[in-house]
Unconditional design. Structure first.
Length: 249
C-alpha cells in the first residue's frame, strides 16, 4: 500500500472527504476515492504478482521442453497426447472460473492451466530457431510494457476503453473462424502474414481492454480470473509474433 506522508492540512481534509489530488502519481483515475484507490492498487499488485509467477512457470516449462529432447520428441511424436494438451486448457477454464474464489483450489487449477499451456508453447519454441524465439520474447515484452503503461496513463487522464469489448470479441470470433477455415483451405504466405498481423492487433487491443478492466472493473475477488485474462493476452501475442517472425524466415 502506498502511504500518504508529508501532506498538507488541505490535502488531509480532502482525503477525509474521499477525494484524491489528481496531480498525485498514485491516482488511478479521476473520481476514485482515497480508500478505493489504495485497495485497487493492492489488487493490481496481487494480480501482476500472480501473472509474473505464471510467466516464470511458462518460461521454465518451455525451457525444459526445448532443452530436454525426450520430452519434445514425446510430444511431437504422439499426436494424441499433443491434442490432449491443446484442449486441456479449455477444459480447465470451467473449474478455474467456478472455483476462482476458493483457496487453494483456485491456485491448483491455475497451476494446471498454466502448465498445460506451457507445454504446447514449449513445443512451438522447440520447432523454432532460438534467435527467432528471443526476438519474439523481446518484442512481446516491449509491446506489453508500452501498452500497459499507456493504459495506466490514459486511465489517469479519464479515458475509458470499455467500448473495445464488443469490437474485440467480434474480431476474435472472426479470427478463430478464419483459423478454422485455414485448416481445410490453407492460405498463401501473403494471407498468413496478413492474418498474423491482424491477430497481433487484436491481442494488443485485448491487453489495453483487460488492463483497463483491471484498473476499474474487476472486483477484488476476481484476482485469479484477472490474471488469467492478462496471461492469455500476453501468451497469444507472443505466439502471434513468433508465427510472424517464422513466416518472414
Amino acid at each position: 500500500m502506498y502511504g500518504f506522508t508529508g501532506i498538507s492540512s488541505g490535502d488531509a481534509s480532502a482525503m477525509k472527504n474521499g477525494d484524491i489530488d489528481l496531480e498525485s502519481g498514485d491516482v488511478l483515475y479521476p473520481g476514485i476515492g482515497c480508500g478505493e484507490n489504495q485497495l485497487r492498487w493492492g489488487f493490481i499488485r496481487k494480480v501482476y504478482g500472480i501473472l509474473s509467477a505464471q510467466i516464470l512457470l511458462t518460461t521454465a516449462i518451455s525451457a525444459v521442453t526445448v532443452l530436454y529432447a525426450p520430452i519434445n520428441d514425446l510430444l511431437r511424436g504422439n499426436s494424441g497426447l499433443l491434442l490432449f494438451l491443446i484442449f486441456t486448457p479449455f477444459i480447465l477454464l470451467w473449474p478455474l472460473h467456478v472455483y476462482q474464489q476458493r483457496h487453494p483450489l483456485n491456485f491448483i487449477f491455475l497451476a494446471l492451466f498454466t502448465a498445460s499451456l506451457s507445454l504446447t508453447v514449449g513445443v512451438s519454441c522447440a520447432n523454432t530457431e532460438g534467435t527467432i524465439v528471443l526476438e519474439a520474447l523481446i518484442l512481446t515484452s516491449a509491446v506489453v510494457s508500452a501498452l500497459t503503461g499507456y493504459t495506466f496513463w490514459a486511465a489517469k487522464k479519464g479515458k475509458d476503453f470499455s467500448y473495445l469489448g464488443p469490437i474485440l470479441f467480434t474480431s476474435l470470433f472472426v479470427l478463430l473462424l478464419t483459423g478454422f477455415i485455414q485448416i481445410f483451405f490453407p492460405f498463401g504466405s501473403t494471407s498468413v502474414a496478413i492474418y498474423s498481423a491482424i491477430s497481433a492487433i487484436i491481442f494488443s487491443g485485448y491487453i489495453v481492454y483487460d488492463t483497463d478492466n483491471l484498473i476499474k472493473r474487476f472486483t477484488y475477488d476476481e484476482y485469479i480470473w484477472a490474471s488469467v485474462t492478462l496471461y492469455l493476452d500476453v501468451l497469444n501475442l507472443f505466439l502471434t509474433i513468433l508465427r510472424m517472425l517464422k513466416q518472414d524466415n
